[in-house]
Design a protein around this ligand. Structure first.
Ligand code: NAD
Ligand code: GDU
Length: 332
């Protein structure tokens, strides 16, 4: 066992958190998962990783968990993630993403937790006017989800200044794919993300894919996004812990590859991987979709030494599809 203090992974029964647990244990860290299983599943947590069932909004449970497991670093993935739902239920999003993060940060400061890695999002930028998006671009989120996350970044910055908490906020671009060894993947019962939806269609779980708008000012008229493989994202979290352990600077870091693909290019890749055509229906634009969202990645590469291993759309899609086939086989 390593000499590292334990890492508490909130939301570790969810899609990205489960991959972070795999990356942490492979890097020699002890992990403990805290999750309320609101969207996550117990089965996503490996048997040899301690699991605490409860909410990050529960201060007593947090104090007990941090103390009992000797937690030195918190990775905070727990949250609510569906943008349109955040427009319909803003107060639920501010509660789960902002108030519960406040409770967690406060518990960390009380318990003397040294490091905090936060799941932020490209949604904090809103509709950026320059590509690629740099970390010092204006943060003008256009929905409650983005605002609920940006407020947590602010709390971290202020708690760091006042109480010495060390932090890294990782602003994820479009997370996709699945563990190449098939140990984890995206389970969400109600999928909203493009690659997940297209893979569901490829395995026959849905009839068609709706393409939201082909009249954008892009190379083929469909939106461009920077798709990042979830295992690379998990590695970025481990790199962030090492950076903070080594006394590196606090900060916000984009997590993307620095280049993007159109919706049509993604659908073509899914058809290639599946070896058959998808039924695609072009419909109107989805509200709030920026035409293009691509990360500037210089900061994360320079500061954290992040080295992506799966920067390839076909790899992302192939792993996502393999996972979807496993899910389909398991659930019939
Ligand atoms: N998936 C993406 O494309 C994406 C993009 C940007 C940012 N993020 C952020 O990454 C994080 C993880 O997202 P994901 O895609 O893995 O989602 P997910 O829904 O699969 O995982 C979230 C996990 O948090 C748990 N959870 C929710 N509220 C909780 C609470 N109050 N207490 C304890 N556990 C709670 C859920 O049960 C689930 O296991 C989120 O914070 C999300 O905002 C995700
Ligand atoms: O069925 C679908 C689903 C998506 N799309 C298109 O595919 C692209 C990607 O859409 P996703 O929903 O997969 O991802 P987003 O870019 O909307 O979302 C990302 O950015 C959001 C904030 O902007 C959140 O952070 C979210 O979690 C993150 O995945 C968009 O142009 C969207 O219009 C379709 O055409 N059909």
């Amino acid at each position: 066992m390593s000499g590292h203090a334990t890492v508490l992974v909130t939301g570790g029964a969810g899609y990205i958190g489960a991959h972070a647990v795999l990356a942490l244990t492979e890097a020699g860290y002890r992990a403990v998962v805290l999750d309320d299983l609101s969207t996550g599943e117990r089965a996503a947590v490996p048997d040899d990783v301690p699991f605490v069932h409860g909410s990050v909004g529960d201060p007593d449970l947090l104090a007990d968990t941090l103390e009992r497991h000797g937690v030195g670093t918190v990775m905070h993935f727990a949250g609510s993630i569906v943008v349109p739902e955040s427009v319909e239920q803003p107060l639920a999003y501010y509660r789960n993403n902002t108030l519960n993060s406040h409770a967690l940060i406060e518990a960390c400061v009380r318990a003397g937790v040294e490091r905090f890695i936060f799941s932020s999002t490209a949604a904090v930028y809103g509709v950026p006017d320059r590509m690629p998006v740099r970390e010092d671009s204006p943060t003008e989120p256009i929905n409650p989800y983005g605002r609920s996350k940006l407020m947590t970044e602010w709390m971290l910055r202020d708690a760091a200044a006042a109480h010495g908490l060390r932090f890294a906020a990782l602003r994820y671009f479009n997370v996709a794919g699945a563990d190449p060894k098939g140990r984890a993947g995206q389970r969400s019962k109600v999928a909203t993300h493009l690659i997940k939806i297209a893979c569901e269609a490829a395995v026959g779980r849905r009839g068609e894919v709706m393409l939201f708008g082909d009249d954008y000012p892009t190379r083929d008229g469909t939106c461009v996004r920077d798709y990042v493989h979830v295992s690379d994202l998990a590695d970025a979290h481990v790199a962030a812990v090492r950076h903070l352990e080594a006394g590196g600077e606090n900060g916000v870091f984009n997590c993307g590859y620095g280049h993007g693909y159109t919706v049509r290019e993604v659908l073509d890749a899914v058809e290639r991987a599946a070896g058959k055509p998808l039924s695609v229906r072009v419909v109107g634009r989805r509200a709030g979709d920026p035409p293009e969202l691509v990360a500037a990645k210089d900061r994360i590469v320079a500061a954290l030494g992040w080295q992506p291993r799966h920067d390839d759309l076909d790899t992302i899609v192939r792993t996502a599809l393999a996972w979807e086939r496993r899910l389909a086989a398991a659930t019939g």
